[in-house]
Design a protein around this ligand. Structure first.
Ligand SMILES: [Zn+2]
Length: 281
């Protein structure tokens, strides 16, 4: 296990900023890193996050899970001297898909709607059987969190499986992008991955990645907001199976700002509007 620590970025290093853009999550990472020889209990982690970042108990619990589930940092919990201690172990190999079992309680919760999330058919009226589906497949970096699960009928689930198989050639690019917690970063990293491969990014794939971790009502808006950070892309339209589909070509991008990306975008938006106002008056 000692060797694994070598792979973990040092607190304050550029590598850590690249790995974890969120300040609140970095606070937890730094604390666990500092205490790796004397691992803290959850009570100590919560107390530290409350003091340093004003985080509530539930926020801290959630963010510790995020370190593992979103950022791919293994944090194990072990009994030491009769207490559960949290230990920073290493970075997860991103090429190994996660297999997380779905508990019976979680399954029941997902199926509670009693309606296929795609076609709306119900077991009572349409004599269909509902299945639990991972919105983003595990092999694409999806997890078994309630947000990534939905009820689908057998027919829709099969159709979806066929669709994902047909675009599975992009799984590598998507895995890299899907691990980020911020939607802007997921969209941007996906565009970069396609650009690096010399391919256009199909909009339906960007949509899937954008809506990971948390559903985005308007992911196209998140994408347009990247322009505030100096990003540029071109839209190409193609007809596929009689449907007009957009594809994106990234033409310029900038390194991610440190800290909260959405806050930085709002800040630049305000500054730009203020400039415009003062120019017109
Ligand atoms: Zn269905």
């Amino acid at each position: 296990m000692i060797a694994d620590f070598l792979l973990l970025p040092q607190p304050g290093s550029p590598e850590l900023y690249d790995l974890i853009a969120s300040d609140q999550h970095r606070v937890l990472y730094n604390f666990l890193h500092d205490r790796k020889d004397d691992p803290p209990t959850m009570v100590e982690i919560r107390a530290h996050a409350a003091t340093v970042a004003g985080a509530s108990r539930s926020q801290t619990d959630r963010r510790v899970r995020d370190l593992r589930d979103v950022y791919g940092i293994e944090v194990s919990c072990r009994r030491i001297n009769g207490k559960s201690k949290y230990i920073l172990e290493g970075l997860r190999d991103p090429s190994v898909p996660r297999r997380i079992a779905i508990s019976r309680r979680l399954r029941a919760q997902v199926l509670l709607s009693q309606r296929c999330a795609q076609c709306g058919k119900t077991p009572n009226d349409d004599a269909i059987k509902l299945e639990v589906d991972h919105k983003l497949p595990l092999t694409w970096g999806g997890d078994s969190d309630i947000d990534n699960l939905q009820a689908l009928c057998h027919e829709c689930n099969n159709g979806k499986r066929d669709y994902f198989t047909s675009i599975d050639q992009h799984a590598d690019k998507m895995r890299a992008a899907a691990s980020w917690l911020e939607p802007h970063k997921r969209i941007g990293e996906a565009l970069k991955a396609f650009e690096a491969a010399g391919e256009l990014a199909p909009s339906q794939i960007i949509a899937v990645v954008a809506c990971m971790h948390q559903f985005q009502e308007d992911w196209q808006k998140r994408m347009r907001e990247l322009k505030e950070l100096g990003w540029q892309y071109r839209v190409h339209y193609r007809y596929e199976d009689g449907r007009k589909r957009s594809h994106y070509e990234l033409t310029a991008w900038t390194p991610w700002p440190h800290g909260d990306i959405a806050a930085e975008i709002r800040r630049r938006e305000r500054a730009r509007k203020a400039d415009k106002k003062s120019a017109s008056s």
